[in-house]
Design a protein around this ligand. Structure first.
Ligand SMILES: C[S@@+](CC[C@H](N)C(=O)[O-])C[C@H]1O[C@@H](n2cnc3c(N)ncnc32)[C@H](O)[C@@H]1O
Length: 435
C-alpha cells in the first residue's frame, strides 16, 4: 500500500491523504481509547466527512471486493502499533488503546516514520515529528524548500544540534527525501551560519564549503547563488576573537544558499520581486533617459544620452544581498505567546520579509513550499498568506504549540486537541505529561 501523502490542497473530502487519515485515526483513539474497530472506522469517517461505502473496490487478480477505507485505517493502526503507540487492551479481542508514550511526549513526539498532525489549514499542514521520517511519506511536487536547520554550534541551542561530519550527514539525510520530491526547476534555500569556529581558534570552520559540495555531489543539486543576509541587529561577536583578542571582525551576515535541481529550467523570476526605482532613477526615466555620456575607466560600461535608460521599466532588479534585521511582527507574536503560556522562546526565527522574498521569487500561487525545520512557523505563516500550499515539520512540541496558536486563527485552522485546548476564543497549550 502506498505510504505517501498528497499535497494538502489537492485532497478532497472523499480522498483523504495518509496524513489526514493518520491524524483522524490517532485522534479517534485519543477521543475513545479502547474502542472497537467498527467504532474507530465510524469516528474516522465522521471526522473526514467521507462515506466508507464509497471505497469498496475489487482488489488483486481474483477481484475480491474490499473496503479500501477500512484497510487504510488498519494500516494506520499497524503503524501506531509498530511504533509502540497503541497496545492491546488485556483480555479484549480486537480492542486497542493508546499507550502512555502514544498519548504524549513532553519534549518530542517520538513516532519514527509517522509524525502527528499538529494543525492544518486549507493550504497546509504542520506536523510534529522528525523531518527525516515525515518527508519520506510526501510525494507531492515541491516547488521550494526554504529552511534553516539547527546550526553546528559549539554550545548547542535548546533544541540540540550535531557537529562536524555528523552535521553534513544529518543535513543530507534530512534534505534527501525533499530533493527527491522537488519538481523540475524547483529550489532549495538553505540558511546556515557563517560563524562556526574551529575549537579554540579564531579560524572559521570549513563546514559550509563541505556542505555545499555534499549537496552537489550526494543530492545532485546545483548552486544558483550564495545570497548574503546582512543583519544589522546581530549581536556583536565572537566575543573571544572580536572583542578580546581583536583578531576578528564582528559578525554581520549569514549565507542563504540557493540550489536547484535543474538550472536551465529553474522557475525563479525576478519580475515577481522587483523593487521600486530610486527617486533619482525614476526622474531620469520620466525625463526620457540619461542626458550625460559616462563610461567606466576601462570603457566596459558606458551610458549614452538618447539610448541609455530611455525605456521605462517596472522596477529595479534586487541585488543578491538581502538587508533585514531578525525582528518582525510575526516573531514578536510567537515570543509573546510563548512567554504568556510558559513555553520556551524560540531563539532563531526568520524575519517574515526574508521568507516572503524567496517565496515570491521562486514560486507561484498554489505551489507547494516546505520547511522541514519550521521552528516558530515563519514559512508556514508566510506561505499561507501568499496563497501557497505548505508542509512544515518540527521536532519540538512547545515550538509547534507557540507557532500554531500565535500565527494561525482557530477559526481558519484545525488544531489537534491533543496539543491545545480552546477557552472561549483563545487556544491554550496543553501541559503534556511525560510518558
Ligand atoms: C533554526 S530553527 C528554525 C527556525 C525557523 N526558520 C523559524 O523561522 O522559526 C531549527 C529548528 O529545527 C528543529 N529540528 C531539529 N531537528 C529536527 C528534526 N530532525 N526534524 C524536525 N525539526 C527539527 C528544532 O526544533 C528547531 O526549531
Amino acid at each position: 500500500m502506498a505510504q505517501s501523502v498528497s499535497s494538502p490542497g489537492t485532497r478532497g473530502p472523499h480522498t483523504p491523504s495518509q496524513l489526514d487519515l493518520f491524524a483522524a485515526t490517532a485522534q479517534a483513539y485519543m477521543d475513545q481509547s479502547g474502542a472497537s474497530n467498527t467504532e474507530i472506522y465510524e469516528a474516522v469517517a465522521d471526522r473526514l466527512g467521507i462515506d466508507p461505502g464509497a471505497h469498496v473496490a475489487p482488489v488483486g487478480a481474483d477481484g475480491v471486493r474490499y473496503n479500501l477505507f477500512h484497510r487504510n485505517v488498519r494500516w494506520v493502526q499497524q503503524s501506531l502499533k509498530k511504533d509502540g503507540l497503541l497496545e492491546r487492551v488485556p483480555d479484549e479481542r480486537g480492542i486497542w488503546r493508546l499507550t502512555g508514550k502514544g498519548r504524549f511526549r513532553l519534549q518530542e513526539w517520538q513516532a519514527p516514520g509517522t509524525g502527528l498532525v499538529a494543525f492544518s489549514t486549507r493550504l497546509g499542514v504542520a506536523i510534529l515529528g522528525d523531518c527525516r521520517a515525515v518527508f519520506r511519506q510526501v510525494d507531492a511536487p515541491i516547488a521550494l524548500c526554504i529552511t534553516s536547520p539547527p546550526y553546528p554550534l559549539a554550545s548547542p541551542r535548546a533544541y540540540g544540534n550535531k557537529s562536524g561530519d555528523e552535521y553534513i550527514d544529518f543535513i543530507c539525510e534530512a534534505l534527501e527525501p525533499i530533493v527527491a520530491s522537488l519538481k523540475t526547476g524547483g529550489s532549495l534555500v538553505l540558511n546556515i551560519s557563517n560563524d562556526i569556529f574551529e575549537r579554540g581558534s579564531p579560524a572559521r570552520s570549513l563546514y559550509r564549503e563541505k556542505l555545499v559540495l555534499a549537496l552537489a555531489e550526494r543530492l545532485g543539486l546545483f548552486k544558483m547563488d550564495e545570497i548574503i543576509w546582512h543583519n544589522r541587529q546581530k549581536a556583536p561577536g565572537p566575543t573571544q576573537w572580536a572583542c578580546k583578542t581583536r583578531q576578528q571582525l564582528t559578525v554581520a551576515w549569514e549565507p542563504l544558499y540557493w540550489f536547484t535541481n535543474d538550472p536551465q529550467r529553474c522557475e525563479s523570476d525576478n519580475r515577481r520581486v522587483l523593487q521600486p526605482h530610486t527617486e533619482r532613477h525614476a526622474q531620469m526615466l520620466a525625463e526620457g533617459g540619461e542626458r550625460r555620456a559616462r563610461a567606466s575607466s576601462d570603457g566596459a560600461h558606458a551610458v549614452r544620452p538618447g539610448s541609455s535608460y530611455v525605456n521605462a521599466t517596472p522596477g529595479r532588479i534586487p541585488g543578491n544581498v538581502f538587508e533585514a534585521g531578525h525582528t518582525c511582527a510575526g516573531r514578536n507574536q510567537v515570543q509573546r505567546y510563548a512567554k504568556a503560556h510558559g513555553l520556551p522562546p524560540h531563539g532563531a526565527m526568520f524575519p517574515e520579509r526574508l521568507v516572503e522574498f524567496f517565496v515570491e521569487f521562486l514560486t507561484q500561487a498554489d505551489e507547494l513550499v516546505v520547511d522541514p525545520f519550521s521552528g516558530g512557523g515563519t514559512v508556514a505563516a508566510v506561505a499561507e498568506r501568499l496563497g501557497r500550499e505548505w508542509i512544515a515539520t518540527d521536532l519540538m512540541l512547545e515550538y509547534m504549540q507557540a507557532a500554531g496558536a500565535a500565527r494561525f486563527c482557530p477559526d481558519d485552522a484545525w488544531f489537534n486537541p491533543a496539543l491545545w485546548h480552546r477557552e472561549s476564543d483563545a487556544l491554550r497549550p496543553r501541559q503534556l505529561a511525560a510518558a
